[in-house]
Design a protein around this ligand. Structure first.
Ligand code: SF4
Length: 430
């Protein structure tokens, strides 16, 4: 190991109870691995460090995904597994301990270290869970060491965040008694968190906490009185672990657009017994601003067809927003994985007869997309350029993960993200 340098899916059609028919595909995928989540997670937990135990390919992925950001003191790096490790000539555990010790001596500001597994660390069967326990003992109480996998064998793109947050759940302190609290789960931009805090305060809902927290030492408590709202649709394992600790999920659509945000806030308001008049007074102005902002972009979007390739698991809530608030017509909504329970409220809002696909067989999906000739194609970076060259108008789905899009104040920006490629294509045509 040399120093520091800076996806599963289910074929056929299946339908579940209350779920529209889903085209289930298995084949070659065009999706980033779960390491990508580090790009936004390292900015979220401000005293954490993400050490990928991987190859030069992993290091290159991270550097290019986060390449636009220059840090004096970066908070992620890759411990490179080299040929000696792969050939079994070096004790990878000793090497890892040496790399971590050097890092911690140099960076006393780090309070939480994530050892992030990759395809190479899985191939050599490096047990990062035992390594994390060993290193936690060595550096306690100054530093907590946790582990999760971001490998392309186990995870796609946003599943890296799920794996990271799931690793945090056992570290959360127990809520004393059955004290009541609301937990918002999923990495959100701080500006969005602050907006939601103001809305929950106006509703009288609280105390409100967020997972992940901004600092490693401020992990929220969890217990039988905890009710949680998912802010992201890709957190299945995190939710399962929270429920195992007594917390209860509030069922709601996701806070995208005016409608989604209102329904998401309403789920918490109903759980707290907020009177309808107080709810309307608290959310009314924000909902009206969001509806006005979206309406200004609606003319460019209404009646246009949209095709989603599976990428971030945000596809279904986004399609719901584009259909119901912007008047777009979904041709196919692809998602890498469909969590039927967490997406139930979203699925109920989709138009009847829409094509849903889960998993990917990229060649077949490209054939369907070419046959449909959608006005807008939402896809990953690997597909966008070839499709643009064929005359398709594309939107990079990764942008929807990096950009604050949740809540009322961001609803107009969210619509704008989809309107912009259409405007650009229209200008090029002129
Ligand atoms: Fe590639 Fe696997 Fe490393 Fe991801 S974890 S960059 S898929 S080698």
């Amino acid at each position: 190991m040399s120093g520091l340098a800076a996806s599963p899916a289910p074929a056929g059609a299946a339908a579940g109870c209350g779920v529209p028919p889903v085209l289930r595909e298995r084949g070659q995928r065009e999706v980033f691995c779960g390491l990508t989540g580090i790009v936004w997670l390292h900015r979220k937990i401000q005293d954490a460090f993400f050490l990928v135990v991987g190859s030069r390919t992993c290091a290159h992925l991270l550097q290019s995904a986060a390449g636009v950001m220059i840090f004096a003191e970066p908070r992620f790096a890759t411990a490179i597994i080299d040929e000696r490790d792969l050939a079994g000539m070096a004790d990878a555990n000793d090497e890892l301990d040496r790399v971590v010790t050097r890092l911690i001596e140099r960076r006393p500001d780090i309070r939480m270290l994530f050892l992030v597994g990759s395809c190479p660390s899985e191939v050599i069967k490096l047990d990062l869970s035992r390594a994390a326990q060993r290193l936690s003992r060595r550096f306690a109480p100054r530093l907590r060491v946790l582990n999760y996998s971001g490998s392309g064998i186990e995870t796609t793109f946003t599943q890296g965040e799920d794996a990271c947050l799931a690793a945090l759940v056992p570290e959360m302190p127990a809520e004393p008694g059955a004290a009541r609290s609301l937990l918002v789960v999923g990495a959100l931009a701080e500006v969005v968190e602050d907006q939601f805090l103001r809305l929950f305060a106006a509703l009288g809902v609280g105390p409100v906490r967020f997972l992940p927290s901004r600092r490693a030492g401020e992990l929220p408590a969890v217990g039988e009185g905890t009710q949680f709202l998912l802010a992201q649709p890709f957190l299945g394992e995190t939710a399962r672990r929270l429920e195992a600790r007594g917390a209860r999920r509030l069922c709601a659509p996701f806070p995208l657009g005016a409608e989604g945000t209102t329904a998401w806030l309403r789920a918490a308001a109903e759980a707290w017994g907020v009177a309808p008049a107080r709810f309307d007074a608290a959310v009314g102005p924000g909902a009206a601003r969001a509806a006005t902002a979206v309406a200004q972009r609606r003319e460019r979007l209404a009646g246009r067809t949209v095709f989603f390739f599976p990428d971030s698991q945000l596809e279904i809530p986004l399609a719901r927003f584009l259909t119901r608030e912007c008047g777009m017509v979904p041709v196919e909504i692809g998602t890498p994985y469909l969590h039927r329970e967490h997406l139930a409220e979203e699925l109920a809002l989709l138009p009847a007869g829409v094509t849903l696909s889960e998993g990917q067989h990229v060649e077949r999906q490209l054939d369907r997309c070419r046959a449909a000739r959608p006005d807008l194609t939402v896809c990953g970076l690997g597909l966008a350029n070839p499709l643009e060259a064929e005359g398709f108008t594309t939107k990079w789905s990764i942008e929807l993960v990096f950009t604050p899009i949740q809540g009322y104040e961001q609803a107009g920006d969210l619509a704008e993200l989809f309107a912009r490629p259409l405007v650009r294509r229209a200008r090029l045509a002129v």
